[in-house]
Structure formats: structure tokens, C-alpha cells
Design a protein around this ligand. Sequence first.
Ligand SMILES: NC(=O)c1ccc[n+]([C@@H]2O[C@H](COP(=O)([O-])OP(=O)(O)OC[C@H]3O[C@@H](n4cnc5c(N)ncnc54)[C@H](O)[C@@H]3O)[C@@H](O)[C@H]2O)c1
Ligand SMILES: [Zn+2]
Length: 319
Amino acid sequence: MKELAAELRKYKQVFVVCDRNVEGFAREVTGLRTGGRSGEPCGLLAITADEAHKTIDSVMLICRWLLEMGADREALVLAVGGGVTTDMAGFAASIYKRGIRYANVPTTLLSMVDAGIGGKTGVNLDGFKNLLGVIRQPEFTAIFPDALQTLPEREFRSGLAEMLKTFIIKNPSHAYERTVAEGPLPELIQMAAGIKQEIVEKDEFESGVRRKLNLGHTWGHAIEWRLPGAYSHGEAVAIGMVQAARYAERFGIAEEEGLAARIGKDLKACGLPTELPCPVSELLPAIAKDKKAQNGQIRLVLPVRIGKVVVKKVDPSTL
Ligand SMILES: NC(=O)c1ccc[n+]([C@@H]2O[C@H](COP(=O)([O-])OP(=O)(O)OC[C@H]3O[C@@H](n4cnc5c(N)ncnc54)[C@H](O)[C@@H]3O)[C@@H](O)[C@H]2O)c1
Ligand SMILES: [Zn+2]
């Protein structure tokens, strides 16, 4: 917390935008007082952070508040919350006065290892997820694992799936095995966040290596589309990762024997689902329509072993 305070002192004005469910934590972690002096936040706006409120209207609300508060071009917006909050506050900061700086204090496991890193910001439009947005990097992402103490169990597991995904892509110091055995220890969360950061630095606009982060998401997104609300994002991705591993085995891409069974067992041990809730044929329409599909082919991320994945263009019918 001391480090965050020191970081905030670098900015003339700091405006905190937090999820109202973590307002207490946000006040504590930012040392919010009445404000005004350099480094002390000038104000805090608590917002409703759910998918239904992840809209341009909420972003306008944030922008209007910044204007009323007298935020100038040197101001910093500090987002405190899960991915909904960091996506919206980051987007608001990116368009206010043609873009001011922002930083994240993620409060869900998913936002610590994924949403809070990488600079993708945005909101939903007419039921289309993240249709409006920009890619703009935060000044920093400060992780306080203590924030997770109040996180609902299901949200926690959802983040765990994305964290394991990261370690299937890259697995330094047996981070994958340790996460399965010991849970998301602070050191492991930091490691997963670092891997995502490293990938993003190599490929900010997702034309190469960043695609690897979509492991499990081809099936995952389709499950979320087919059975809305039945699975959390991470749960759907967990099922997708097992499917990806099975596919990799079927087409001789997996080098590790029993890779799919191993991933399935590990995800299950973490309380995550691993089996498709419907025949794959029911998912194909969504998979084929994937916004990243190119002349009928989709890019599939396939695990070779724990710590290595490859991206292959395939025909959706092979699924
Ligand atoms: N920008 C990106 O790269 C990126 C990546 C992945 C996901 N996302 C986006 O992130 C969003 C999902 O974010 P999320 O899973 O982090 O969660 P979220 O922001 O949807 O929060 C989930 C729930 O947990 C509550 N909550 C948050 N922190 C809490 C805490 N510490 N204690 C108690 N309750 C808490 C929230 O109020 C909410 O009810 C989606 O909208 C998705 O599109 C963005
Ligand atoms: Zn995801």
C-alpha cells in the first residue's frame, strides 16, 4: 500500500473509480481523504459493475463526473474493481479529453491475471460483448491479493481457470503444478500477471503471440453464447481447454501423453467443469462466426505440453 501511495504521488490529480462492492477496500488502499493535495485522490466514484451496466452510458457517467470534478489532462484515473470496472474506467480515461492516463487495482483473481493487464478497454453494445473500446495501456497495475478475501467462490474459480490457462501457455518454475496443488498464492498471481504483460508487450494488437491467450476460448465463448448464464467465463474456458487438449491429441499436436486427461483432472481438482454441456454441433454456428475467423478458417490455440501452445488455422468442421 505504501508503494501505491508513492506511485500516486507522481500525479497531480487522482480520481478513483471503483466497483461499489469494493468501495471500502478502494478507500483503504488509496488512502482517500478529503483530497486536493498531490498524491491524495481528489475524489471517488462508486459504480455498479455488472455486465448489464457495462455500457457507454456508464462510461459517460464517469466522464461527466471527471468533468465536474475538474479533472485535467494531467489527471490519473485509478480503477479499483474487477474486469468490468477496469474495462470501463480505462475506456472512460482513454476518451476523456482525448485520453488521460489510467491505472488498475484489480480486485478479482481474473482481473489480476487477465483483465487488468494488456490495455484492452471497452463496453458492451446491444448485447454484443466489448463491441466498443480501445487498446490503451494502463500506467501500472497494482496487485493486492488480500482483496480476494471477500471474492465469491465462483468468481475465484473463474479466475483460477484463466490463471491455469496462462501457465499452460508458459510454465516457469512449475507454476502450473504449484497452482493446482497450492492455489493462487500471491507469488503465483504475480507470475501469471507477468506472463500476460510479457506477451502483450510483444504483441499489443493481437496479430501474433497474443493470440495464444485465447486458449480454450473458441469453445468457451461458444458455450457462453449457447447457454447464457449457465457458466461463468472461466468455467466455460476450462471446458474449452480440455476440448483443445483433446483436439491436440487427436491431430498429433500434443507431445505429452495423456495431456487432455491431465488437464481435465487438474481443472476438476480446482472445482472447474471439464465436459461439454451439449454436443459440439450446437456450438459450431458460434464457432464458425467467431469474429476472428478468416475465409472459413478459425485459429485454434492447441496445447503441445504444459508450458507450450501453438496456434493453428483449422476448418471448424474438424472440431
Ligand atoms: N480487458 C481485458 O483484457 C479483459 C480480459 C478478460 C475479461 N475482461 C472483462 O472482464 C469482465 C469480467 O471481470 P471479472 O471477472 O474480473 O469480474 P467483474 O468485474 O464482473 O466482478 C465480478 C463480481 O465480483 C464483484 N467483486 C469484484 N471484486 C470483488 C471483491 N474483491 N470482493 C467481493 N466482490 C467483488 C463484482 O462486484 C461483481 O459482482 C468481463 O466484462 C470481461 O469482458 C476483460
Ligand atoms: Zn478469458
